[in-house]
Design a protein around this ligand. Structure first.
Ligand code: PMT
Length: 223
């Protein structure tokens, strides 16, 4: 179990891969299983926090004692996070959020016809949830992001930490088959706003979730 006590803290965690609808039966998504976010939520719950898990569709069972808010799209995730953030002591964004969504979603199933051998999709940027939340942040609130990178893990991670105004960022290398998306294990480097960092060993997502929650407790202590 985590070695910290977060009794009385309200923690908002996001998990899973958002879905951007093309038509009533199709969507764009990514490889996120939700395992990392669910592990963080469970660790926070074991540490005594009151946990709300905002989750994209997953095959996972909700951790006991955790309040669940189901979402599908990035816009729904953004709405769910921004409406609950003011009442939260910490926000931890483990969800794999789509960066682009179809410019328009077809109301009827897109048909293949004799004259459409190619289909062009036009995508537009989704709202950046962490950037939207940043101006709402009070001095005593802790905001943690993840960075899923396939190259320049620490450089890109530090940039996201700064641009998204985070207290901490957990950077994971998603080009590796043994960690990152989908599997049961992960390895992250915690990057802090003060320029320091700390790398975990490769471990189960349960253990990584606990290490992350221990760092969140330290961040609370510094507020
Ligand atoms: O779910 P699993 O299969 O267990 O996999 C875990 C994971 C690899 C998905 C997880 O560890 C992880 O890295 N989650 C973040 C994935 C992601 O969206 O990374 P990013 O580098 O694209 O985004 C950086 C941060 O900004 C993230 O905290 C993300 O939630 C947030 N974001 C991204 C886009 C957007 N429009 N708004 C956001 O707030």
């Amino acid at each position: 179990a985590p070695t910290v006590d977060l009794t009385g803290k309200r923690i908002l965690v996001t998990a899973g891969g958002t879905r951007e609808r093309l038509d009533p039966v199709r969507f764009l998504t990514n490889d996120s299983s939700g395992k990392m976010g669910y592990a963080v939520a469970a660790a926070a719950q074991r540490a005594g926090a009151t946990v709300t898990l905002i989750t994209a569709p997953t095959a996972l069972t909700v951790p006991r004692g955790v309040t669940v808010v189901p979402i599908e799209s990035t816009q729904e995730l953004a709405d769910a996070v921004t409406s609950r953030f003011p009442q939260a002591d910490a926000l931890i964004m483990a969800a794999a959020v789509a960066d682009f969504q179809p410019l328009t979603a077809a109301t009827q199933k897109i048909k293949k016809t004799a004259d459409n051998d190619e289909l062009t999709l036009t995508l537009k940027k989704t709202p950046d949830i962490l950037k939207t939340v940043a101006p709402m942040k009070q001095a005593d609130q802790v905001v943690v992001g993840f960075a899923a990178e396939t190259q320049e893990l620490l450089k890109n991670g530090r940039q996201k930490l700064r641009h998204k105004h985070l207290d901490m960022l957990a950077a994971n290398d998603v080009s590796r088959a043994d960690i990152g998306f989908n599997g049961d294990n992960n390895q992250v480097t915690f990057l802090f706003a003060d320029g320091t960092s700390q790398q975990t060993p490769v471990a189960s997502k349960r253990v990584i979730g606990e290490r992350l929650i221990e760092q969140v407790a330290k961040l609370f202590a510094k507020k």
